[in-house]
Ligand binder design. Structure first.
Ligand code: GDP
Length: 435
């Protein structure tokens, strides 16, 4: 999926714009209590194109040098992660020195950039429209986010700038693994260990140019690509930028992966940050494995293994499906087993059940455990069908969608899991009413 980044000064209307375009799934950064929940990523669709949009902005600071520094951070994030950059300026006025500064960074990056003048509430070119050609980013596109004017034309322009389809198309035999986890959990060490033990590195694979830290290799006749989120560490004066940068790198890495290795520091135990990271992988519908790293640091007895596993299951109740592996990137313990496990969950992620077999399971489940009812109305499940894989996605056709309570759907999910091996993958249910 191509990634589109939105960049611009505070108050030019980025948030309004973002919300206008944003589609179904929106990820937000939830930081310390009291800090506003800050959306950062959204799945979007325009015509037949799917793309992900990221908002690089963060807090809206009031001191000018913080604004400058934060804008440079934003632009850098966009340059590093996006396929197309939307640079939003305030169309009510001419450009500022900050705009000039950012325009220069964006120009040098050679990424496709679309210059957008927001707040143009009537279709009339303001006098300062022509000033904007000075920025060297071509003719500006005029929009009004508040009135939803010009957005369709803008999106037409955006999708034209996407890289050719082949460049984005991922080789289907390749298993793409994202190594995610908080700083110092051992991501880089693990990449080095895996690569060090499997020296058959294929270089310059088409489509992997987007991120210099994607590492392709082969192990036992299976092709893999490792996507490391640790590679680049930017310095910034602004803490929010650092946080946002690491979240965005995590999310974009997850987005491009089939399987996520969720790294957890064995010595430190499970932290809130680990939960956030795992949540992103789950939400994105990827196959996941909990990788407990630095296992060498623990003093172990007969129970250590099971106790830790239990704790993982307790702390991540929404990810009961994910296997737990105990490894050491330092000693290499069980590192190659990780790859076999990745292949296994990746297969499960792509598993398809025939409609006939699926409905047998659903009917049996209904017979075992009565369907919910409310105010004299009883849920009827007409039939179910699997509509897609990666992640396995099922549609339930029912009489009344509101009767399909979460707990009953969860029960059906468990019945399916009992009959089929979906270990390592989330399962998605969509409930549709059919009168
Ligand atoms: P990253 O920030 O997630 O990429 O983490 P690094 O790979 O840079 O590792 C952070 C620190 O943890 C380094 O000092 C590593 O040597 C150390 N480390 C990584 N994996 C292990 C491990 O399995 N065992 C031990 N004892 N140390 C590890």
């Amino acid at each position: 999926k191509p990634i589109v980044a939105v960049v611009g000064r505070p108050n030019v209307g980025k948030s309004t714009f973002f919300n206008r375009i944003a589609g179904s799934r929106i990820s937000i950064v939830e930081d310390t209590p009291g800090v506003t929940r800050d959306r950062i990523y959204a799945d979007c669709e325009w015509l037949t194109h799917q793309f992900a949009m990221i908002d690089t902005g963060g807090i809206e600071p009031d001191s000018t040098d913080i604004i400058m520094s934060q804008m440079r951070d934003q632009a850098q994030i966009a340059i590093d992660t996006a396929d197309v950059i939307i640079f939003v300026c305030d169309g009510k006025h001419s450009y500022t020195t900050a705009d000039e500064d950012i325009a220069q960074m964006l120009r040098r990056s050679k990424k496709p950039v679309l210059l957008v003048l927001n707040k143009i509430d009537q279709y009339k070119k303001p006098d300062h429209f022509y000033d904007y050609f000075d920025l060297g980013l071509g003719e500006p596109v005029m929009i009004s986010s508040v009135n939803a004017m010009g957005l369709g034309d803008l999106l037409d322009d955006v999708v034209k700038m996407f890289p050719p389809h082949e460049a984005l198309e991922e080789d289907d035999d390749t298993i793409r693994i994202a190594l995610i986890g908080k700083p110092n959990v051992g991501k880089s060490s693990m990449v080095n260990k895996i690569i060090g033990e499997n020296r058959v590195i294929v270089s310059d694979v088409a489509g992997t140019t987007r991120d210099a830290i994607d590492t392709p290799f082969e192990y036992k006749d299976q092709k893999y690509v490792l996507i490391d989120t640790a590679g680049i560490r930017r310095k910034s004066k602004v803490n929010e930028s650092i946080e946002r940068y690491s979240v965005l790198r995590t999310i974009t890495a997850i987005e491009r992966s089939d399987v996520c290795f969720i790294l957890i520091d064995a010595a430190e135990g499970i932290t809130d940050q680990d939960k956030k990271v795992a949540g992103y992988a789950h939400e994105a519908g990827k196959a996941s494995i909990f990788v407990i790293n630095k296992w060498d640091l623990l003093e172990k007895d007969n129970h250590t293994f099971n106790e830790f596993k239990m704790r993982v299951k307790e702390e991540f109740p929404f990810m009961m499906y994910a296997p737990v592996m105990f490894v050491s990137a330092l000693t290499g313990q069980r590192i190659n087993q990780l790859l076999e496990q990745a292949k296994y969950v990746s297969n499960n992620h792509a598993l398809r059940i025939s409609t006939g077999v699926l409905n047998d399971i659903i009917n049996e489940a209904i017979a075992l455990n009565q369907v919910p009812s409310d105010k004299g109305k009883r849920l009827k499940i007409y039939y179910a069908t699997q509509v897609s894989v990666k992640p396995p996605t099922f549609v339930l056709f029912v009489n009344l969608a509101e009767l399909a309570h979460f707990s009953y759907v969860r029960y059906l999910e468990n019945q399916i899991r009992k009959n089929f091996n979906y270990e390592g993958t989330p399962i998605v249910f969509k409930v549709k009413a059919r009168g």
